[in-house]
Structure formats: structure tokens, C-alpha cells
Ligand binder design. Sequence first.
Ligand code: AMP
Ligand code: ZN
Length: 114
Amino acid sequence: MLEDCLFCKIASGDMPARIVAESDRWLAFRDIDPKAPVHVLIIPREHFESLDELEEGHRSLAGELLLAAQRVAESEGIGGGYRLVANTGADAGQTVFHLHLHVLGGRAMRWPPG
Ligand code: AMP
Ligand code: ZN
């Protein structure tokens, strides 16, 4: 756990969150400022600043995060129509520097994103 990391605090239970699913390696909770009717964040419990910090040894974790996104989409009623986003770095709009996947759905999505 990284001190002063918001999502590490959520993962450890020190900060409240609306959790929708979890495992020993990841946690899924509702975004506090939703950008779509369904907006869930999936984070690994282990701290990584962004996707850029994942290495070969993290293959199974990376796969688990993707499957978690699929399952959360299904349980949220948006299976078959959702968007996954991993903002990576400030230039991409990342504001919380603990790796997370956004699962967004429940409305039509435009492309390209802003
Ligand atoms: P990003 O801009 O990709 O780094 O996404 C960070 C996301 O975290 C934003 O969509 C925020 O609304 C969300 N967020 C920030 N603080 C919290 C919090 N305490 N609980 C849930 N979501 C949060
Ligand atoms: Zn963290």
C-alpha cells in the first residue's frame, strides 16, 4: 500500500466506497462522479501507478482485471454494450495514479472520445 494513495485506501478499507464486487486481487466500486448511468472502477489491490507499470509477471493479474470488467458489466446489466477505459498518464486524463479500469455503459457512447 502506498501512503496517500486514494485507491490504496479504498482497497484497504480505510476510505469508504460503494463496492460492487471484489476478489483477493482486485476491487470494483462505483465512480464517485459517474460519467454514464453505469460507471464502475476496477483496481488491483496492489499499487501500480498506471498500466505502464505492468510487466510480464503481471500477465495473470492483467487478465483477471479484464475478466472482472466483463463480469461487472454483466452484473450491472450492460453486458454486450459497454466501454473499458484505462487513462494512462496525465496527457490521457489520468487523475488518480493507481491503475484502474473504467467500466462505462447504460447510454450510447460516442467515438472518438475527447
Ligand atoms: P482517471 O481520471 O482515469 O484517473 O479516473 C479517476 C476516477 O476516479 C474519476 O472518474 C473520479 O471521479 C474517480 N474518483 C475519484 N475519487 C473517488 C472516490 N473517492 N471514490 C470513487 N471514485 C473516485
Ligand atoms: Zn495505490
